[in-house]
Design a protein around this ligand. Structure first.
Ligand code: GDP
Ligand code: GDP
Length: 439
């Protein structure tokens, strides 16, 4: 989870101007959390290569400032709870105000690091007024002009110096959210599932434009900071309103979304099991080496019909045999059955998808495979496999050096892939195998 920097200050000091400057071109997300007075703006920023989340607490207009100063303090207090670093903004042009002093008092009571940022120092003229801000009790004073982008380099430097150390684990976690796409034929329950998923969890949404004009992604953040970007949810989220029964499942659009995802969730139903259409989707998932989960929805329809359930499960496993690494989970978006297991399963397949195996282990597996049987090209040349290494994660990709890389038959490729998957423990992840000439 990136560390969080919260902008605090009375209205009109320039919080949103600074917010926009820090996040640059990136999109801001609006959080709507029940119990929080106002929408908070969340933005991702990169400060000297380090990812941070910047939070703007929003504000009221100056006219109501006096009336609502307690409200402003309350918002500041709420936002403070999750701050790793506070940027306390004041305005050099208006000078020190009583509300600034009250905010300072609040901040002194908390044990969060605070940087006192004096905004609107556009020129030397304002520099002369800085002295009075020492009264707030925070040093050093950091003069900036958010509007004219002055003093920002120094501010960034100070931010970096005052953020808590980033552990390796945090560095790993601060990577982008897991990109998930929910696929399936119309009426299998995709929107019901999505509503369940976002319904359970605190949601930082929302409408992040995707690649095409009408595609929208949804960002889901759990209270512990794990994030999922649900790709191309436009159709899914809109559906309850448009709900056209005639709507055609757009294969092209689904595959475009699949390209952007890391984990594909294919939704089937207990009514129809696995259909040709589903198999086509799965083969695309396989071809693109995406991590995958198969959800069999509407399992409530099979309550008390155990035998039927077993038969259906066998049918699905058989139909999905070419993606043996995709776990199958039976759920009911209607009753909530096992919905809580969905995101943990996403984490699990993603972890497998992100796994790196040491080269020595890859080569031991290769030796085992060579011992199992001799392999040939279609023209009868004996294939030799010299050496292998895992070159990539997501998807895990093993490069195998061989004498005839261009002539490896599909069957041999499949054999090696499956064996490597087993030997290297990629039970829940696809494995990509690339053949290269010996060097
Ligand atoms: P917020 O209410 O704290 O979010 O403040 P805003 O970011 O909306 O800024 C309030 C006003 O101050 C706007 O008219 C900004 O254009 C202006 N402003 C922001 N930063 C600066 C600055 O560095 N210099 C000057 N002169 N004006 C600024
Ligand atoms: P989508 O087209 O894939 O987004 O499917 P919807 O979520 O709109 O669901 C299609 C229909 O299936 C709706 O009438 C839902 O109420 C129903 N449905 C969804 N999930 C379940 C479930 O778990 N059990 C049952 N019995 N019906 C469900």
């Amino acid at each position: 989870m990136p560390h969080k920097i919260v902008l605090i200050g009375r209205p009109n000091v320039g919080k949103s101007t600074l917010f926009n400057t820090l996040i640059g071109e990136r999109k801001a997300l609006v959080e709507r959390t029940p119990g929080v007075t106002r929408d908070r703006l969340y933005g991702e920023a990169e400060i000297e290569g380090r990812k941070v989340t910047v939070i703007d607490t929003g504000g009221l207009t100056p006219e109501v400032e006096e009336l609502f100063s307690h409200e402003i303090l309350r918002q500041a207090e709420e936002a403070l709870a999750e701050a790793d670093l506070v940027l306390f903004l004041v305005d050099a042009r208006t000078g020190l105000t009583p509300l600034d002093e009250r905010i300072a008092e609040l901040l002194r009571k908390k044990e969060k690091p605070v940087l006192l940022v004096i905004n609107k120092v556009d020129s030397k003229k304002e520099v002369l007024n800085l002295g009075e801000f020492y009264a707030l009790g925070f040093e050093p004073l950091l003069p900036i002009s958010a509007k004219h982008k002055k003093g920002l380099e120094n501010l960034r430097k100070e931010i970096l110096a005052h953020l808590p150390e980033e552990t390796e684990e945090e560095a790993e976690k601060s990577l982008a959210p897991i990109r998930v796409v929910i696929l399936g034929r119309p009426n299998v329950g995709k929107s019901s599932l999505l509503n369940r998923l976002v319904g359970y969890e605190r949601m930082i949404v929302s409408d992040i434009p995707g690649t095409t004009r009408d595609s929208i992604d949804t960002l889901l953040e759990l209270p512990d900071g794990r994030q999922y970007l649900l790709i191309d949810t436009a159709g899914i989220r809109r559906r309850p309103r448009i709900k056209a029964r005639t709507e055609k499942f757009s294969v092209d659009k689904a595959f475009e979304a699949l390209d952007r995802a890391e984990v594909a969730i294919l939704v089937l139903t207990a009514e129809e099991g696995i259909t040709d259409q589903d198999q086509k989707i799965l083969s695309q998932i396989e071809k693109r080496h995406k991590a995958c989960i198969i959800l069999v929805n509407k399992w409530d329809l099979l309550d008390g019909k155990r035998e039927e359930g077993n038969i259906l499960m066998e049918q699905i496993k058989y139909g999905a045999r070419f993606v043996p690494w995709a776990p199958i989970l039976t759920i009911s978006a209607k009753t909530g059955r096992r919905i809580k297991e969905v995101l943990p399963l996403v984490d699990e397949v993603y972890a497998a998808y992100s796994r790196r195996v040491p080269t020595a282990q890859v080569n031991r597996a290769l030796e085992e495979i060579k011992r199992e049987r001799a392999l040939y090209t279609p023209s009868g040349n004996r294939l030799k496999f010299y050496y292998a290494t895992q070159a990539e994660i997501r998807p895990p990709t093993v490069v195998v050096f061989t004498n005839y890389p261009e002539e490896i038959p599909k069957s041999v490729e499949r054999f090696i892939k499956n064996r490597l998957r087993n030997y290297l423990g990629f039970e829940k992840s696809p494995l990509k195998v690339v053949f290269r000439p010996r060097r």
